[in-house]
Design a protein around this ligand. Structure first.
Ligand code: GLA
Length: 388
């Protein structure tokens, strides 16, 4: 949808013009999966698609939430902004962010009419929910004159996800949406929140996202279970390293020396993934900086295997998609991206191989799963902004 159409949609919905328009992107993670809530490294980039939020003040002392993507309309009084809505209502994503401002001591004295529209495919593991959260966090920072930096806006989005959506997620998605930069990926240390923007303008190579359109997705139960298994691993490892705070503090050598403390077999495999993935992410970024894209691709493939065997968050559809990609000449690397189970893979593909990639991977994937894949050549875009 063009901006003008969105403005018209706002006028049609609310009978007045929008006074401000915000945008926050979805993200694709190149490597560093399920490391963020373990204090590890991630390497995501913001996409050029995301969520638009149009808004205007009202005199009715109510917050109105509408979306062009979902039929459900929500109207809340200003004294109803601190509790999540029932039945996983979509409006919990923006509402949870407004609630964070109230928690931080801001008084919400005005009502707003809001209209959301997003072009990140929902449920595809490309952070459509983080895009809604960061757009809302950014908008209210602006409206309330909150002098928050982008890292703080990401935290507001993450807290909304924890408290209003029930997912104990890490910071990666909201951070990428808030801090993204065109043609760069973000090398983020999720423990210290220090980050570097690394150029991803690859000569003759594109980032291709393949959507499995799988009905399974990583639900909050399976995700939160992974978070708890990692916490259990830390507690068991503390019997040998009492000072251990998170799994990302361990090098692979440190881990080998104390892994016998992991009496829980599942926790053992989860921890092995995290420790290995943190190392792979560091190595991948170093390889990219040296221009060694082949190495980067191998690390992506290894990341997928570890997420499949040790972390168990891939599933038949993501495995079928990655395995099909690995067979194509001109594919430098391919792996699942995001939380897992369903959603997307991310691949680095040489320009000349892209048509064959789309055709052959699409065919093999359909033959194995009966599902139709969808492919996007990703454009790496900027983080959240006010458009008007
Ligand atoms: C989801 C979460 C992120 C991160 C990824 C896995 O996208 O929201 O915080 O944990 O899964 O890397």
């Amino acid at each position: 949808m063009e901006l003008n159409e969105l403005k018209q949609a706002f006028e049609k919905t609310y009978g007045k013009k929008a006074s401000a328009i915000y945008f926050a992107p979805g993200r694709v993670n190149l490597i560093g999966e399920h490391t963020d809530y373990n204090g590890g490294y991630v390497f995501p980039c913001a996409l050029s698609f995301g969520t638009y939020l149009l808004m205007a003040e009202n005199d009715d002392q109510v917050m109105r939430f509408q979306s062009l993507n979902v039929p459900e309309k929500i109207v809340l009084n200003l004294n109803q902004l601190e509790k999540p809505l029932a039945n996983n209502c979509w409006a919990n994503y923006p509402l949870g962010c407004i609630a964070q401002y109230i928690k931080r001591g801001f008084a919400i004295r005005r009502g707003y009419d809001m209209l959301f529209w997003g072009n990140v495919p929902a449920g595809a593991g490309l952070s459509s929910s983080a895009a809604i959260e960061v757009a809302t966090a950014f908008a209210f920072a602006d409206l309330l004159n909150a002098e928050y930096d982008r890292t703080e806006l990401a935290k507001i989005g993450q807290q909304s996800e924890h408290e209003f959506a029930g997912v104990n997620c890490g910071i990666m998605d909201q951070f990428a949406s808030a801090q993204g930069k065109k043609d760069h990926a973000i090398f983020l240390n999720c423990d210290t929140m220090e980050f570097q923007l690394v150029p991803v303008k690859l000569e003759g190579v594109k980032v291709v996202v393949a959507n499995t359109h799988s009905p399974h997705k990583l639900d909050s139960g399976a995700y939160n279970a992974r978070v708890e298994q990692c916490q259990l691993a830390v507690r068991q490892l503390q019997s040998k390293r009492p000072d251990l705070k998170n799994l990302a503090q361990l090098t692979e050598t440190d881990f080998k020396a104390i892994e016998s403390a992991l009496t829980d077999e599942t926790a053992h495999r989860r921890a092995r993934h995290v420790v290995g993935e943190v190392q792979r992410t560091t190595d991948a970024v170093a390889a990219l900086k040296k221009g060694d894209i082949a190495k980067f691709g191998q690390l992506m493939n290894q990341s997928h295997v570890s997420l499949r065997d040790d972390y168990e968050v891939t599933g038949p559809e993501l495995d079928a998609m990655a395995e099909a990609a690995w067979k194509i000449d001109g594919v430098i690397g391919s792996r699942m991206t995001g939380g897992g189970f369903g959603g997307c893979t991310v691949s680095l593909v040489k320009d000349e191989a892209i048509p064959a990639f789309i055709e052959k991977v699409g065919k093999e994937y359909a033959a194995k799963t009966g599902l139709t894949a969808e492919f996007y050549v990703a454009e790496i875009g900027d983080g959240a902004k006010r458009i008007e």
